[in-house]
Design a protein. Sequence first.
Length: 371
Amino acid sequence: MTDTDTETDTAGAAGRPVIVNALGQLDNPNTPAARAAATQLNPASDQLAVDARALADAHASGLTAVNITLGYTMGDLPPYEHTLAEIAVWDRIIEAHPADLLKVRTTADIHRAHRERRIGVVYGFQNAVAVGEDPGLVDSRVATFADAGVRVVQLTYNQANHLGDGSMAPANRGLTPFGRQVVEALNDHRLMVDLSHSGERTCLDAARHSRQPVSVNHTGCRALADLPRNKTDEELRLVADRDGFVGIYFMPFLNLTGQATAADVVDHIVHAVDVCGEDHVGIGTDGSVTAVDDLDAYRAALAEHVAARRAAGVGAAGERADTYPFVVDLRGVDQFRDLIRLLEKRGYRSGRIEKILGRNFLDYADRVWAA
C-alpha cells in the first residue's frame, strides 16, 4: 500500500494533534492505593488515583480522549450492580475535575475536549456479562448503560462467557445465540461492539452479524506475533472491510519474547495499515500516560499479579512474571510524540499519522454513535 499524499497538518486546526487512545488508563500507578490495586484481579474504580500528577501528565502528553475500562471484568462481584456502581464512581471523578475532564457521549464531545484542552473520558466495558443472562432483560440493560454514558462494550474478556469465547478459551466457539442478541441490542442503542480479547470465531461471527461497524480497540497482529491476544489478518481485514476500527496496543504481546519495544509497536501499526488500509487503524495502548517510577518494585508486584491471573484462569499466553505489561521505551508523557517521530522515520506523512493518532477513531465513532 502506498502512503497517503495528503498534506493535512498532523497538529490539526488547533495546532495540536487530536490523540484518542481507544483503550487506556487515566491514573497514577505510583500511589500506594494504585500499587495495592495492581495486585488485584479486578480493582474497583474508587481505588484509582486520578490525581494531580495523572491529570498533569495526560495534559502534557497531548492526549485528547481515552476509552477507560469500568464495570465488571472478572471475579465474584455481581456484574450488573458492580458496573452501575463503577459508572457512578467515574461520574464523581469527572464532576470533581471539571476543568480537566469531560464525559464523552458523542464525537462532538471529543472535539470540544480538544478545543477546551480537557481530556475526554469514554466509558467502556471489557466484558459484557453485566447484561446478565436473561434474554428478556438484554435490551433494557443495554439501554440503561447507554443512558448512563457507556459507549464501548467488549463482548468477552480472555475466558469464555455466555456470549462467546475469549482468546484463551480452547474450544474457540463462535458467537452464541445470546451473544447475537446482545450485539443486536448494542447496534440498536448505537454502542461500539468491541472484539478485543475475543476468540477468533467469536470475532468473525460478531463482525459479520453486527449491523454497525465493529472495533478491536486494543490488539496486535498475529501475523507478526502468533499469540492468542493478537488478531489474524482475516479478522483484521473483515473488521476494516465492514468500516470498523483496529487499535494497536503498547503491550508485550507484540513480541514473542515478551519484551516488546517501540519498534514492535510501529511494525504492528504498519502491518495493520497494510492489511486494513490507513483509514481503519489507530492506537489503543492499554496503559496509562503516567509512567511507573520504580520498575524494580513494580516487577515484584507483577509476579504476584500474573500468578493470581493464571490461577484464576483469566491470564493470556504471553503474560509472564518477568514481562512488563507495557513497552518500556514508549511510555510516559512523551509516548505519543515518540510514536509520531518513529512513524515519520518509516516514511509516514502527517495526514496518515493524524489518522492513526485519533482521526480514524473519531470517524469510526461517528459511524456508530451518530443517531
